[in-house]
Design a protein around this ligand. Structure first.
Ligand code: MN
Length: 192
C-alpha cells in the first residue's frame, strides 16, 4: 500500500486517499496511537481511552512524535528495554480524506482538522481539535456511522491478523512477555 509516488500523494491527497492507522499499544500504559499520513510522515496522537464513535464523547488525543509512513504496517512486539516496549496491534487502518481543506498541515497548525475515515472499524466524519499545547480532542461527528456502542470493546481484535493484544504478545514477545502471558493463563508460578 506504499507503492504510490509521494508527489501524487501530496498533490492530490483527497483523490488517492492518505493512510490512517490506529495501533493499540501496551506500552507502560495501554493506549491507542492514532496516525494520519501528512506530507510523507505519520502525524501521531496517543489516545489513552481509544477512539469513541459516540459524538457525545470527546476523547483526549495527545500529540506525540511523527512516525515514518512504513510504521503503519507494524504489528508485533517492541522488545524489552526499547522505548514503548510491549505489543502493538493494527487495530484499524484505511484511508482518510480531509473535509475542510486539502492542506492538512495548515489545518493542523490552526488547531482544527475535519476529515472522513475510510477504515474497517472507523468510518464517517471526525474532527481533531487542539485544546492546549499537545492536547487535542478526537470527536466523532453525527452521521450514519455514529453509535453509542463502545467500539474498542466491541471490536478488540487486529484488522490484519484477527489477534488480541495478549495473543500478539504470546506469539511474538520476548521471554519476559511470554512468561507474563503464561502467568495470566495459569501455566506459570502461583505467585506474582
Ligand atoms: Mn504508543
Amino acid at each position: 500500500m506504499n507503492e504510490r509516488k509521494s508527489q501524487f500523494r501530496q498533490s492530490q491527497p483527497s483523490k488517492l486517499g492518505l493512510l490512517f492507522v490506529v495501533q493499540k499499544h501496551q506500552g507502560r500504559n495501554l493506549h491507542y496511537d492514532f496516525r494520519l499520513e501528512v506530507n510523507g510522515v505519520l502525524k501521531s496522537w496517543a489516545l489513552p481511552k481509544g477512539p469513541s464513535v459516540d459524538p457525545a464523547v470527546k476523547r483526549l488525543a495527545v500529540a506525540v512524535e511523527d512516525h515514518p509512513v512504513e510504521y503503519a504496517d507494524f504489528e508485533g512486539v517492541i522488545s524489552a528495554g526499547q522505548y514503548g516496549a510491549g505489543p502493538v496491534m493494527i487495530w484499524d487502518h484505511g484511508t482518510y480524506s480531509p473535509e475542510d481543506s486539502d492542506d492538512v498541515s495548515e489545518s493542523l497548525e490552526t488547531g482544527e482538522l475535519k476529515f472522513a475515515l475510510h477504515g474497517q472499524k472507523l468510518r464517517g466524519s471526525w474532527v481533531l481539535v487542539r485544546i492546549r499545547s499537545n492536547n487535542w480532542l478526537l470527536i466523532k461527528h453525527r452521521d450514519a456511522y455514529a453509535s453509542k456502542e463502545d467500539i474498542t470493546k466491541l471490536e478488540p481484535r487486529s484488522v490484519v491478523s484477527g489477534r488480541l493484544l495478549s495473543e500478539i504478545a504470546a506469539d511474538e514477545g520476548d521471554d519476559a512477555q511470554i512468561k507474563a502471558a503464561r502467568r495470566r493463563t495459569g501455566g506459570g508460578r502461583t505467585t506474582e
